[in-house]
Ligand binder design. Structure first.
Ligand code: NAD
Length: 177
């Protein structure tokens, strides 16, 4: 039944072209894709500036921009938990049944493999530029971050005043030193 349903987990801080390429490629292999928004409980920090709801909005808008059939994906926020050894059960409780996981994150791979669930590592696409860290760095340095993200995601970040938030968070962390 769940042969052709896969799970992709990402923090998506924010959604960039690398995520979109892995989503498009994975959708060639599976009938349905569950997109888990990782660290859903985290926001307003330098490495996790956006809330789970904002990241769900980025995903919904970008998937619509790419004209991906909404019947082919589920977007599920996944809060982190303190016990890594229990995390796979926590994820399974919150998601529809799936057979394979798609992730390049070594801890994610290890935890699913230890639970006898196959993990496929999708090829990275221009990782130097298509990374959340690089997008956030460019925002802080007033460089061109918009070219790394789908237009609809740029629009969401502008709508929620994401640039201002990232800059303010950075100021706070520096003044706390
Ligand atoms: P991420 O957003 O950095 O990346 C998600 C996936 O997108 C990657 O695995 C990779 O396959 C793909 N990707 C990213 N850049 C790409 C590029 N340039 N080209 C092609 N593909 C690209 O998210 P992440 O850090 O992998 O997310 C893992 C989540 O799992 C985190 O939220 C983490 O907290 C969570 N987690 C939680 C626990 C726990 O709660 N105990 C344990 C393990 C993991």
């Amino acid at each position: 039944m769940n042969e052709k349903r896969g799970l992709l987990i990402g923090r998506i801080q924010p959604l960039h072209y690398g995520h979109m390429s892995v989503i498009e490629e994975t959708l060639k292999e599976v009938d349905e894709l569950i997109i888990g928004v990782g660290s859903a409980d985290q926001s307003h920090t330098n490495s996790n500036p956006f809330t789970s709801g904002e990241r769900v909005l980025m995903l919904s808008k970008a998937l619509r921009e790419y004209k991906i059939d909404p019947s082919r994906y589920y977007i599920i926020p996944l809060e982190d938990i303190a016990c890594n050894s229990l995390w796979v059960g926590h994820v399974k409780m919150l998601t529809p049944p799936f057979r394979k996981v798609y992730s390049g994150n070594s801890l994610v791979k290890q935890l699913f493999n230890e639970n006898h669930i196959e993990v496929v590592q999708p090829p990275l696409f221009n990782r130097k530029e298509y990374s959340g860290t690089e997008v956030r760095r460019r925002i802080l340095n007033n460089e061109n971050w918009e070219e790394l993200l789908p237009k609809s995601v740029v629009k969401v970040i502008n709508e929620i005043e994401g640039v201002k938030r990232i800059k303010n968070l950075n100021k706070k962390e520096v003044s706390e030193l």
